[in-house]
Design a binder for this molecule. Structure first.
Ligand code: OAD
Length: 248
């Protein structure tokens, strides 16, 4: 395990590069919201340690028992509505005025936006949007007292489902295009923050950013699938270390 001096050296190196950077990509995951009290998926208190993803985050699960899946999403909406952005979200937002920062998050919460980040793209959708299974219409949906069944579409009466990406589903095209275009425009520093990077496409974006010239930095107290492929690992909670990377 690296000592505190080693960590200070790494922080200084990232600070220097970030200070000069014009274009920054931040790939974030559940760990960035952990310090706001939102459970991760695979961490110690993670959802997938308690629940079987195939009973909650698949189309088959929703078809089988829509109320059960809806209830889980309403419960999570409640947690997210009560949560506040933490120092990591705020640090990322504070880097924006002097450089282009694209925040590409796997999180379905809105804490990056509430911290002030303007350029946020949601790779796995948003928990605040629902989509009609029958006609495809999307609309905003806020946390509500639990109905007995998921509400129906105003236009066609079809069942509304969360507009998030479930296992086995295609990613939405717009975020992928946006991230790719940003990388094609050149990246000076790319961060992978609070994610296991267990999906090939997340590893792919990180590697592509590095190939486009970025210093690739992982911010995570634990090792991940990507750790061996990054330039620098900042082995600490995001809310602790991100604020150290800029400012006085
Ligand atoms: P995971 O739960 O798989 O991983 C969370 C990561 O955050 C772990 O690597 C932790 O070590 C790290 N972590 C925990 N606390 C942290 C902190 N304070 N600062 C920095 N890192 C911290 O979450 P994701 O990788 O985001 O998808 O999961 C990706 C996707 O898998 C989710 O979007 C969700 C899930 O299944 C769908 O539901 C489609």
């Amino acid at each position: 395990m690296a000592g505190p001096e080693h960590r200070l050296g790494l922080v200084a190196e990232v600070r220097d590069r970030l200070g000069e950077a014009d274009r920054v990509l931040a790939l974030t995951g559940a760990g960035v919201s952990a310090e706001s009290g939102i459970p991760t998926f695979r961490g110690e208190d993670g959802w997938w340690r308690r629940e079987d993803p195939t009973t909650l985050a698949t189309q088959a699960a929703f078809d089988r028992d829509p109320s059960h899946v809806w209830e889980w999403y309403e419960y999570r909406r409640g947690i997210i509505a009560d949560a506040e952005p933490n120092a990591a979200h705020r640090a990322l937002a504070s880097w924006e005025p002097d450089r282009a920062v694209l925040v590409a998050t796997q999180n379905v919460d809105d804490l990056h936006e509430r911290a002030g980040s303007r350029d946020v793209t949601h790779i796995h959708g948003s928990i605040w949007r629902v989509r009609c299974q029958a006609c495809g219409r999307e609309e905003e949906h806020r946390a509500h007292p639990l109905p007995e069944r998921p509400p129906g579409c105003d236009r066609c009466g079809g069942l509304l489902r969360p507009a998030v990406v479930w296992f086995g589903e295609m990613l939405p095209a717009a975020p992928i295009r946006q991230i790719q275009a940003f990388i094609d425009g050149g990246v000076d520093v790319a961060f992978v923050i609070g994610t296991e990077a267990s999906f090939g496409y997340i590893q792919g974006f990180a590697r592509a950013a590095r190939q486009a010239g970025a210093l690739l930095v992982e911010v995570n107290p634990s090792r991940t699938a990507l750790s061996g492929a990054v330039d620098i690992r900042l082995e600490a909670p995001a809310g602790e270390v991100l604020p150290e990377l800029m400012g006085p």
